[in-house]
Ligand binder design. Structure first.
Ligand code: F6R
Length: 253
């Protein structure tokens, strides 16, 4: 795991965008694993800017989103389908058929999960997986106690997640479960980039990066990933014990 502490969220976001642009330069048909949430907003704006100003090409890219709420139709304004359309897909030249987000409204949700795993395999696996982190250490919607080998499945949302995400919902009640890629699914991506900003994430980041690997901190499973970077701002990094070492790694690179 490599920890990069940037001066600002903007600098960390630009570094993430450059990493994605570099991948698409080397491999225009790359498979991207995408996340939603507030942390990703500026990153998607940055990618849209690179598309508009520098011709960053998404025409051969395939994407798989981490998760979707159960019960929301794709056109629902609070669905992750809508989030992705508004924030990225409608603003770049990606092919609609290359976009994959779990269907949270399907009659047979177990089949959706099996099909999702198969589609990832058929696409050749995920080259780069973007991740945020919940205050409870979740990645995707793998809440504390999720198996570190879990695959795409339906899962209830933790109380902390319901509390944190309620503000994004225009209608009550918000869904109480979601389809999420599993931790095992995420660990199979060739590269993982986790972004976290602000002091509210500091404890989860420290537990994920420096604590023991445990199901109670799902992001700690990333310690097993051979190519995982955490891109942080100083506030999100503030509870890390090893900050001086991470800074020396950065000056060497
Ligand atoms: C969203 C997702 C979640 C978020 C996490 C952080 O697709 O998988 O794990 O990345 O909840 O959310 P924000 O960025 O809103 O703090």
């Amino acid at each position: 795991m490599e920890i990069f502490i940037h001066d600002t969220p903007q600098a960390a976001t630009r570094a993430a965008a450059r990493t994605i642009a570099g991948l698409l330069g080397r491999k225009p048909e790359a498979v991207l694993g995408l996340a939603t949430g507030d942390t990703m907003l500026a990153l998607y704006d940055e990618l849209v800017g690179l598309h508009r100003d520098e011709g960053l090409d998404f025409s051969r890219v395939t994407t798989f989103n981490l998760d979707e709420y159960v019960g929301l139709p794709p056109e629902h304004p609070d669905s992750y389908h809508s989030f992705m359309r508004e924030r990225l897909f409608d603003r770049v030249n990606i092919r609609p058929q290359a976009v994959h987000i779990p269907d949270g409204q399907a009659a047979d949700l177990s089949q959706v999960c099996v099909d999702y795993e198969e589609a990832i395999q058929e696409a050749g696996g995920i080259d780069l997986q973007l991740l945020g982190i919940g205050r409870n250490g979740h990645i995707g919607f793998n809440e504390p106690s999720s198996s570190l080998a879990s695959r795409t499945r339906v899962t209830p949302l933790a109380r902390q997640t319901l509390k944190d995400n309620r503000c994004h919902f225009h209608e009550e009640p918000m869904p109480s479960s979601a389809i999420t890629m599993g931790i095992g699914t995420i660990l199979q991506a060739r590269q993982c980039l986790l972004l976290a900003f602000g002091s509210a994430k500091a404890k989860a980041v420290a537990r994920a990066a420096e604590g023991p690997v445990t199901t109670m901190v799902p992001a700690s499973a990333l310690q097993f990933h051979p190519d995982c970077r955490f891109l942080l701002d100083p506030a999100a990094a503030s509870k890390l014990k090893n900050q001086a070492y991470y800074a020396s790694q950065q000056s060497d690179s």
